[in-house]
Design a binder for this molecule. Structure first.
Ligand SMILES: [Zn+2]
Length: 417
């Protein structure tokens, strides 16, 4: 039996190696596809040299899918690994279809690429929430204009961005390190950039190191300091990637985790955990106290406004799914470009200056937007189900343990249900 077991393990390992090479091969056709790779550099050079055609990639993906479907898992861990490879390969095939010009509906695309389908809501649903926001924003006249004027008080002056972000990331890291043993020597560098279709990005480099870029082209509001610090850094993308590397790549030689294809089910876990990580690291009260006492003074923003702004932002965050519906309608052609911008400003309550950037994001990334809000809700539900203790201190410890277990595992969306 030992022989059969090890022969089977070698075969899963073989599929894993082919999978890793195929991700790099698709990267030659889609420059956004390989979000991180820290395996042997020769494989990357080989992918560049070979420049495998999409048709040939498709054939190899199909063979790998058939191979992995043959395997019966020997234990829970191996079952998750096999499921991970099957789902990632299925997404890969869909991405090849898309690169060859095939059009999927929004929901078909997200089911194939991210292993999940978002609920949809109509304008009237969101306008009910917008009416509640309206009551919290001072002044008279149309809400988007009042909101814009109010938000302007919370923009971080450019010359204070570094100060504010350094303080915020340090706090996110300390709060995470109190519950998660971070890989030894883990580190990041932060850079301020412009002219990107996103507001912040974590580029994972391997060996527990990340490059965190913050896009300063548009105003950055004070809530972003904690959000980006947690989301891109601790306990978000940087920690997720560092734990996958430590536990799976180095710990088990599961080489498939040394590459991260952006348009794949991994992204729902990555974005969902990065967004949920904000509330794992800070309760609402802790976050408010930290922002009011530390970040507002560093940014030169009036601290007495903090509670009102926090309430407003909390309510606006309930409009998160309006982003999915904007993308879905825009990509389906149900809304024109102008109508989508209108929806983003009046329904999703996006800062007007940020709405065009969001359209560029939809153009570049299609259904990816669901990973932020649906991903967060799915990760949150899965983690909270495991918090059984009613004592707040013990419950917090349980929450972190479940959260850490998810970050260091190959679990994808369907395994969260
Ligand atoms: Zn992210």
């Amino acid at each position: 039996m030992l022989l059969a077991g090890s022969a089977m393990a070698a075969s899963v390992q073989d599929v894993a190696e082919r999978y890793r090479r195929l991700v790099l091969a698709i990267g030659q056709h889609d420059s956004n596809y390989v979000d991180a790779y820290y395996g042997p550099p020769e494989l990357e050079n080989e992918a560049v040299r070979a420049k495998q055609t999409l048709a040939s990639i498709r054939g190899d993906v199909e063979v790998a899918m058939a191979d992995i479907a043959q395997h019966k898992a020997a234990n829970v861990d191996e079952a998750l690994r096999i499921e991970f490879l099957s789902k990632q390969l299925r997404a890969m095939l869909a991405r090849v279809d898309m690169l060859e010009g095939k059009k999927f509906s929004f929901d078909e695309e997200t089911a194939l690429l991210y292993d999940a389908i978002t609920p949809h809501h109509d304008r009237a649903y969101y306008m009910g929430l917008v009416a509640q926001v309206d009551k919290l924003v001072p002044g008279t006249g149309p809400l988007p204009e009042r909101l814009k004027a109010f938000r302007a008080k919370f923009a971080i002056p450019k010359n204070r961005l570094k100060l504010v972000f350094d303080a915020s990331i340090a706090a996110c890291r300390a709060r995470t390190a109190a519950f998660v043993t971070l890989p030894e020597g883990e580190s990041f560098v932060m850079e301020f950039v412009s002219d990107k279709p996103w507001s912040a990005y974590n580029w994972y480099k391997g060996n527990a190191h990340s490059l965190i870029q913050i896009n300063t082209e548009l105003p950055i509001y004070i809530e972003s300091a904690v959000e980006f610090g947690c989301h891109e850094g601790y306990p978000g993308h940087h920690v997720y990637n560092a734990l996958l590397e430590q536990e799976l790549v180095k710990g088990r030689n599961w080489i498939e985790f040394s590459v991260y294809p952006l348009y794949s089910p991994m992204s729902l876990i990555a974005e969902g955990s990065a967004n949920y990580g904000i509330e794992v690291a800070f309760t609402d009260d802790e976050r408010l106290a930290f922002e009011q006492e530390v970040l507002y003074p560093l940014a030169g923003i009036e601290p007495t406004l903090a509670p009102q702004y926090a309430r407003l932002m909390k309510l606006i965050s309930k409009l998160g799914y309006a982003d999915n519906d904007a993308a879905q309608q825009y990509l389906a052609g149900t809304l024109t470009r102008e109508q989508t911008l209108e929806w983003l400003v009046n329904v999703a309550l996006y800062p007007p200056e940020k709405a065009p950037q969001r359209l560029s994001f939809y153009d570049a990334n299609g259904g990816y937007v669901i990973n932020y809000n649906l991903g967060k809700d799915m990760v949150k539900a899965w983690v909270e189900k495991q918090v059984t203790n009613t004592d707040p201190v013990a419950a917090r410890k349980q929450r972190w343990e479940a959260f850490k277990a998810l970050l260091a595992s190959p679990r994808l969306a369907s395994a969260l249900r």
